[in-house]
Ligand binder design. Sequence first.
Ligand code: ATP
Ligand code: MG
Length: 314
Amino acid sequence: MKEETTAKLENLNTLNKKDLIRSAKTFSKQYRVGDGEKFKLKEYSTKPSIDLDASDKPLTKQALQLGVDALAALQETLYAQDKWSLLVIFQAMDAAGKDGAIKHVMSGVNPQGCQVSSFKAPSAEDLDHDFLWRCQKHLPERGRIGIFNRSYYEEVLVVRVHEQILKSQKLPPKLVTDDIWKSRFKDIRNFEKYLTRNGTIIIKIFLNVSKDEQKKRFIERVDDPDKNWKFSASDARERSYWDDYMHAYEEMIQHTSTEDSPWYVVPADNKAYARIAVASAIIHALDKMKLEYPKVSKEKIEELNGIKKALLAE
Ligand code: ATP
Ligand code: MG
């Protein structure tokens, strides 16, 4: 089993770019939920499908680096072509590794072509608007990759788990009915369909961490002074609503995963593995756009050659 894992990783590290893109597609496919109708969270493991341990660190690091390079090359073409944009949404329980995944996976991308937006509790100004408003302002421009660290999906997660938050949203009481979550799912689906039709492709990543692994990481955040800042009593409080969150996540994915804007349920108990899975999903989404550098006309090439000739003659 262990030899098999090492062989798999070694093989990955020998692939050329084209084969790497192909393997990113196959690899990420196992975590991709297309149409969410029959989605069951318990069918998705929080553990990697291969037997990884500390000895695999150099190989996993190398594999991630290959993914990061491929992603960076695709992003250059996305930027040059300036037609499509990609929105990658991250949702997860605390300490599942959102920040680390964003940092490592996007590490090779030209900062000019990428925007990261984090969504915390809404401001008074946000609450004076519809729930999509604050996110809409941060959608990626054509040619860019937008990363949402949390998103409008909090509106069917934290807001659903704590109904007093819904009460603070200043909605006209008549509109707050038992159907509110179904209505929000529908609004989100329609919004994403609208964006897709306008050239913004959306993929959504749920970093699926286990309750045990979260406990381990919380304890690390208490024990390690450099990690203290990442931890708060409210994180521990949210943990006590674990089952409510899992229920909310499951229904959210059932209602909002579609072939066009799928959810990826990525096993997050091993950080390195999760990052490779996230990179693979993004590579696949970009590859599907069939990106190309803009074609230059014959006249333009002649003009460029003329300029080169003049420069050489200087
Ligand atoms: P970390 O993983 O490092 O803790 P974080 O994303 O959890 O990062 P925090 O500052 O801890 O960042 O908290 C953000 C909080 O804001 C989360 O608890 C989240 O549920 C909450 N939040 C986000 N969007 C909304 C919303 N629309 N309504 C209410 N709360 C929200
Ligand atoms: Mg937090």
